[in-house]
Ligand binder design. Sequence first.
Ligand code: FMN
Length: 433
Amino acid sequence: MLARLTNKHILLGVTGGIAAYKSAELIRRLRDAGAEVQVVMTAAAREFITPLTLQALSGNPVHTDLLDPAAEAAMGHIELARWADLVLIAPASADTLARLAQGLANDLLSTLWLAASGRKAVAPAMNQQMWADAATQANLDLLRQRGVAVFGPGSGSQACGDIGAGRLLEAVELAALCADQFQSGSLTGIEVVITAGPTREALDPVRYLSNHSSGKMGFALAEACIEAGARVTLIAGPVHQPTPARAHRIDVVSALDMLAASERAVAEAKVAVGPARTIFIATAAVADYRPARVAEQKIKKGFKDDTLELTLIKNPDIVATIAAQADKPFVMGFAAETQAVEGYACDKLARKRLDLIACNDVSRSDIGFQSDDNAMTVFWPDGATPGRAELAKASKPQIARALVALLAARLPAGGRTASGDDASLTRHADEIL
Ligand SMILES: Cc1cc2nc3c(=O)[nH]c(=O)nc-3n(C[C@H](O)[C@H](O)[C@H](O)COP(=O)(O)O)c2cc1C
């Protein structure tokens, strides 16, 4: 299933052979499946296809030289090796296979191959006699013994006029074999849009109304969703949180900005994977009201006035707006309450047509807003009495993983990708905590 490639970092090594042109198509297939691709070319490969072509297709600069000071400063061989979830060399020449088998490190590709500790694969391509040669086969045996996956080669007519084994597999076959290297996560193939942090509602050019939300919970959830295989768009209010690797972050300021960004991201996600595979998670602490008028100039302190009256108007309800869509995605809300937590949460669940709501008691100083920990009760519609699960106090990343397990369990059958029934996935949420 190609969706397993979502968010994956594929480092594609291209070596010198006629089949190097096929790497262009392979890059497209990998990217279409949601992978990010960086390309490393050997000197010989550059005689067969230009780095410019592969740069344009991968959307990243192509790496060629081991001893290039500029490249080392940007992303050296060690960083490239660490970046990769899979190093695939396609096409892999007989020469490169020999160098890999011997552990040589005399160019960028062979050096980072040694430096990479993760998944590795080669897709050989060469003349049938070169393929059949005992030296080539012995080199491949060595690589296989070290856990390297060997993709192909295929058989058929060759560029040199021979017929036999040694053809590079087609791009579509190689992409599928790459996907097979990865396990399917509970949210593989799912698009998730998450809002996080506070919003700021301007009073004048220098002042605003806001709240204490840190954004930690939303950012932790974004990370947990990515870990589970989802593609994540994170719409963040003004917060000081590092962007989780592989999240697409959109920074916004006000509630109106956040609504517009959410509607756009959800629409794009629905086009990409359909509503049943789109999840909207609203963790942001959106200001309920905004000043009716934003003063153009700084509001001055009046000499006589001891009070200042502000007129506020209601902001749109972002989560309810998304949940009211005709082809609504799966919607998860959050409730931060200081009293009657359960009552308010269940009311929100029904009134806003949510599929899941996670609520916490922000009157407790040991959890919630600025804290590193959280504890939650989660509710979902289930006939007359909502279903519920308790997530005991734990770090926000742990709570986030448990929430993702609950989310995956509650997704409609058309959106669910993990094997397992509701009960087993809910059990999984318990096991995480
Ligand atoms: C026109 C031409 C086509 C070649 N095709 C292949 C090939 O398909 N497979 C292969 O292993 N070597 C092929 N070679 C030989 C390699 O380019 C040569 O061994 C080179 O040193 C490989 O370097 P590299 O592995 O660092 O890219 C070809 C050479 C030429 C001149």
